[in-house]
Design a binder for this molecule. Sequence first.
Ligand code: NDP
Length: 247
Amino acid sequence: MSAFHDVQGKTVLITGASSGIGEATARLLSERGAKVLIGARRGERLRTLSQTLNAAGGEVRYRSLDVTDPADFAAFVAYAQEQFGAIDVLVNNAGVMPLSPLRALKLDEWNRMIDVNVRGVLHGIAAVLPLMEAQGHGQVVNVASLGAHYVVPTGAVYCATKFAVWAISDGLRQESDKIRVTTISPGVVESELADTITDAATAEGMKEFRRIAIGPDAIARAIAFAIAQPADVDVSEVIVRPTAGSF
Ligand code: NDP
């Protein structure tokens, strides 16, 4: 059986699926026969995406989700259980990246990154871990970044959040013999991520930096690859980056 078929029939929850990597992942997994619940704050975008994918034969549900609210995340997971029964995979993809030098003192943005990128991932783990342990299987895919491996100027807080995602993923992996844990670390990818940058000089610099960006479908394929492995194989990390440049 090809890896393609091993995604088929799995129930996959994807956060941050209203654009970029999350949307591309929803499209690919749905095409490959997964049952998908997509979440993000922009419900209208989710509705349009689910309609498109269902019209093409998919089995996609959507629900608005703010990952910074643990109760909302628990309700998101409960909705998936109600719609699909078992939950096989959670893709913790939602993230924000308002880069700036520390001297700009953008405390609200630092806290926002910690809330979405770190607490959001923990809320997702908290929402699925008891049920995955009870059913004896499951997979958590956390989207980190090359920023989980390198720190760059303007990226101190963002990279810190992604170092944290890397550490949380590896800790979860070590603590469970039944749950597969995958860290996906993308390099520069086309998406709306840089739109959250409010520091003018940083935003300008990003235009050149992101010129080599690859499509979000490249990351979706890596996520699908990790999900498609047999239950006793854990792809613990994949780094996917543009061939050109170092990020
Ligand atoms: P996008 O900005 O296109 O997507 C980010 C997604 O996160 C959106 O769907 C957004 O939806 C969602 N989101 C933001 N805040 C919340 C929240 N509080 N609750 C729920 N959803 C939220 O960027 P990408 O697709 O690039 O980002 C996806 C992930 O990939 C992020 O974790 C990012 O850090 C990581 N990454 C991206 C790279 C890149 O170059 N693009 C490189 C390395 C890592 P909404 O606003 O509707 O809530």
